[in-house]
Write a protein that binds this ligand. Structure first.
Ligand code: MN
Length: 309
């Protein structure tokens, strides 16, 4: 990089302070349709539609978004049965409907609208994810997202952990000029810290904007950034985006400016990349193929614990 490029990218104000530069957009991506996870989660998978997603969005590995869908009442809760995970975390964010979780480390709980479940599989768990019984019995709208967050090598074999985060614990930043609000699930925004304990630097923000509302975020240029439009039409750093678009940014510039053309909701993700090899096989995400083989061996030997169907 030449000196003149550095100067162009980091203009100084008259006071000499470095002014954050608009972050360059890598692209706007759309999921390749919806698919079912078990019989309870009708989701759009975004990362499979993004070339080189694991590098561009590290430490995030996956985003399955469940747009609002009306489930009929049932006495047999829908969901996904007992399955393993190792080497990362699953984060479930609920907007509508309710999910019950049980895992082989004894972790478990129910999350409903506004709540978040931050489940650290790390060395390995078995878990099952079902619609909560009472919600299933009533039926009704369901809207959620599940994120997979990678763990650094040093923590892939740490003990599992379960954080059930209720809506009341999640700090809210009210934006000036009645522009909207930012719920800080993880990380920090304008001095408000998120309740989620994370192993690396991660920001997860649930953003609501009124029509004509505007919000700014500044993320270090080397942190990866992506965001999902869950509602409305927005302009992101000058580029138009609409419902179910996922914007991915380059590692150039810091500032993300979002302007809502209609009432909008966004899930904003940012994190410090984990600069380690990623070898993924289904529910296991490790650093080497040998560690994946070991995960299968450990699973067969019962080292992930036990969980009844
Ligand atoms: Mn799972």
């Amino acid at each position: 990089m030449t000196t003149s490029t550095m100067t162009d990218r980091q203009p100084t104000s008259t006071t000499g302070a470095v002014r954050p530069e608009l972050r360059a957009l890598d692209g706007i991506y759309r999921a390749r349709g919806l698919h079912w996870v078990g019989d309870g989660f009708r989701v759009a998978g975004f990362f499979s539609a993004i070339p080189d997603a694991v590098r561009k969005l590290s430490p995030f590995l996956l985003l399955d978004y469940h747009p609002t869908y009306e489930y009929a009442p049932t006495d047999k809760p829908r969901g996904v049965g007992v399955h393993p995970h190792r080497g990362f975390e699953t984060v479930t964010i609920a907007w509508q409907g309710s999910v019950a979780h049980h895992d082989s480390s004894g972790g478990g709980g129910v999350i409903g609208p506004g709540d978040v479940q931050w489940m650290t599989a790390a060395s390995g768990i078995l878990h099952k994810e079902y619609h909560e019984k009472e919600y299933a019995r009533r039926g009704g709208p369901f809207q959620m997202a599940q994120l997979w967050v990678n763990l650094p090598r040093a923590h892939k074999m740490s003990p599992p952990r379960y954080q059930g985060i209720v809506a009341e614990q999640i700090g809210v930043v009210t934006l000036p000029d009645d522009a909207g609000s930012v719920r800080v699930i993880a990380g920090e925004y304008l001095g408000v810290k998120g309740p989620a304990k994370t192993f690396t630097k991660v920001d997860v923000f649930d953003v609501r904007l009124e029509e004509q509302g505007k919000v700014h975020f500044a993320f270090p240029a080397h942190h990866n950034v992506g965001l999902l439009v869950m509602k409305g039409d927005v302009v992101i750093n000058g580029t138009q985006a609409t419902l179910h678009d996922f914007a991915v940014f380059e590692n150039v510039g810091e500032l993300v400016v979002i302007e809502a053309e209609s009432e909008a909701q966004l899930l904003v993700l940012s994190g410090e990349p984990i600069d380690e090899p990623v070898v993924q096989h289904g529910p296991f995400v490790m650093n080497t193929a040998q560690e994946i083989d070991q995960a299968f061996t450990d699973l067969q030997r019962g080292k992930f614990g036990h969980l009844a169907d």
